[in-house]
Design a protein around this ligand. Structure first.
Ligand SMILES: Nc1ncnc2c1ncn2[C@@H]1O[C@H](COP(=O)(O)OP(=O)(O)OP(=O)(O)O)[C@@H](O)[C@H]1O
Ligand SMILES: [Mg+2]
Length: 240
């Protein structure tokens, strides 16, 4: 069976792509499918296969949803043909409709040798928390593993709510990464993949050793903490 990990949260800006970048660091051979309106993980080059979502709300309503459903055809076909453990970064507002399409194709995916895991990302924002049970309930009948990452970028999620989710999903936590502005700019430009390749001497020359070493420390810690947050789903992906 080929394991495919769907990374989902329909609220935007919650850390899905950062989490996928962490999975790329921990699973250097895994291909990535990115579903979004424009490509983000460009630093990963050919490892990423990009699927553009274009249908706007008017078009979807005019066609009774047919446009949005057929938009998923290329990604459905690509998932069915994958032979390596694959990460799927599902952009905002796309998770629930894509999971619903997959739910209708579970027999076909089993026949194609594909096994799904779902990794939901949530922040403490009410709009993000509200999406969690929706996504978990669509996937729980057919996903072989359910994971939830509490991204503390906006503080901790209510522990009572989190422990309720913990009854169906394996929960891990990613702390808010406080970093030097220059470190944030490097992360923005090159993702996590650029961090292991940072040239300490060049940074020290450019920013002075105090800030240069702070930038390196901040980025190295961020990379390791994101990798730690995705360790369990990554282990599921490569387990026999
Ligand atoms: N724990 C964190 N600490 C610091 N910065 C974070 C954290 N999580 C995410 N970010 C930053 O927040 C921004 C939004 O994250 P990201 O792009 O991963 O969200 P997303 O859910 O993929 O967004 P979209 O819905 O637009 O696809 C990025 O700049 C990312 O680096
Ligand atoms: Mg994203």
């Amino acid at each position: 069976m080929t394991k495919v990990l769907l990374v989902s949260q329909d609220k935007g800006g919650t850390g899905k792509t950062l989490i996928c970048r962490g999975l790329c660091e921990i699973l250097p051979g895994a291909p990535i499918f990115e579903i979004d309106s424009s490509p983000r993980m460009i630093e990963l080059g050919k490892r990423v296969k990009f699927f553009q979502m274009r249908a706007d709300r008017d078009e979807i309503e005019r066609t009774g949803g047919a446009v949005s459903r057929s938009e998923f055809d290329p990604v459905i076909n690509a998932i069915a043909s994958s032979t390596l453990p694959t990460v799927v970064d599902i952009g905002a507002n796309t998770g629930a409709p894509l999971l619903a399409v997959i739910a209708g194709l579970t027999d076909d995916f089993s026949a194609a040798g594909v096994e799904f895991g779902l990794l939901v990302v949530t922040t403490a924002e009410p709009g993000a928390v509200a999406e969690v049970p929706k996504l978990l309930s669509i996937a729980s009948p057919w996903a072989k593993a359910l994971f939830l990452i509490e991204n503390r970028i906006h503080g901790p999620v209510d522990p009572k709510v989190l422990s309720k989710f913990g009854s169906s999903a394996t929960v891990t936590c990613l702390m808010n990464q406080v970093m030097d502005d220059k470190a944030a700019a490097i992360l923005q430009a090159g993702g996590l993949a650029s961090i292991a390749k940072l040239d300490a001497n060049a940074l020290n020359e450019k920013f002075g050793i105090a800030q240069g070493s702070r930038i390196r420390r901040d980025l190295t810690r961020t990379r390791l903490e994101v990798m730690q947050a995705v360790r369990l789903p990554a282990e599921w992906m490569v387990a026999a």
